[in-house]
Design a protein around this ligand. Structure first.
Ligand code: AMP
Length: 209
């Protein structure tokens, strides 16, 4: 199965992708994760995209498309998390024969609450939330004991920029995939465990078809 996960920043794409990847043995391809890793390693790509990432802006299409092209072999089953984010990106993977696109639907007010409380491990990237998913010891990762940090693009000013980009550039993909009859929208406002179950149920049904 080749799946795409659509949703605003903070709609839970990372958590849902992890769940689907382990349940259905899919490769989890997160373009946000690829970008953050390349920046941490100071590669040429990482240096080029830093200015966009730091400002919460989308990385230019041609750079992102190249990075995804070199990650996907075309043979594996995968879940694409955070890609495509624009119509040109969607057109670039047209040849991939995507089976389904899952759209995580969450009201904007709820998303802002989620994003501003989000924390991640500075070492292993595990995700937490100051209200909804607290670590056992405040500010410390349960998995590896390292310090938790706030993603630099999860601050209020950057969050509002990311939303603007989402509304103008990414939201049109909902209609794009609706027209192709690939779109399945899931109410992602409930707690993560509930969303996880409904998405796994949905993909399980699609997998049997
Ligand atoms: P994410 O972790 O998916 O929220 O992505 C974090 C940041 O990575 C975004 O705000 C963009 O700067 C960049 N990014 C990730 N995926 C893409 C993409 N498909 N197109 C452009 N920029 C992206």
């Amino acid at each position: 199965m080749k799946l795409i996960l659509l949703g605003a920043p903070g709609s839970g794409k990372g958590t849902v992708s992890d769940a689907l990847a382990s349940e259905f043995k899919l490769k989890h391809i997160s373009t946000g994760e690829i970008c953050r890793e390349e920046m941490a390693k100071n590669t040429a790509f990482g240096t080029e995209i830093k200015q966009y990432m730091d400002q919460g802006r989308l990385v230019p299409d041609e750079l992102m498309i190249k990075a995804v092209d070199s990650t996907i072999t075309g043979k594996e089953d995968y879940i694409l998390d955070g890609f495509p984010r624009t119509i040109p990106q969607a057109e670039a993977i047209e040849k991939q024969k995507i089976d389904a696109v899952i759209n995580l639907d969450v009201p904007e007010a709820e998303i802002i609450k989620r994003l501003s409380g989000r924390r991640m491990c500075s070492k292993c990237n595990a995700g937490y939330h100051i209200n909804y998913f607290k670590p056992k010891k405040e500010g410390i990762c349960d998995k590896c004991g390292s310090k938790l940090i706030q993603r630099p693009d999860d601050t209020p000013k950057i969050i509002s920029k990311r939303f603007k980009d989402y509304n103008t550039k990414t939201k049109p993909l909902v209609e794009y995939y609706q027209k192709k009859k690939l779109l399945h929208t899931v109410d992602a406002a409930p707690p993560p465990e509930v969303v996880r179950k409904s998405v796994i149920g949905l993909v399980g049904k699609l997998n049997k078809k």
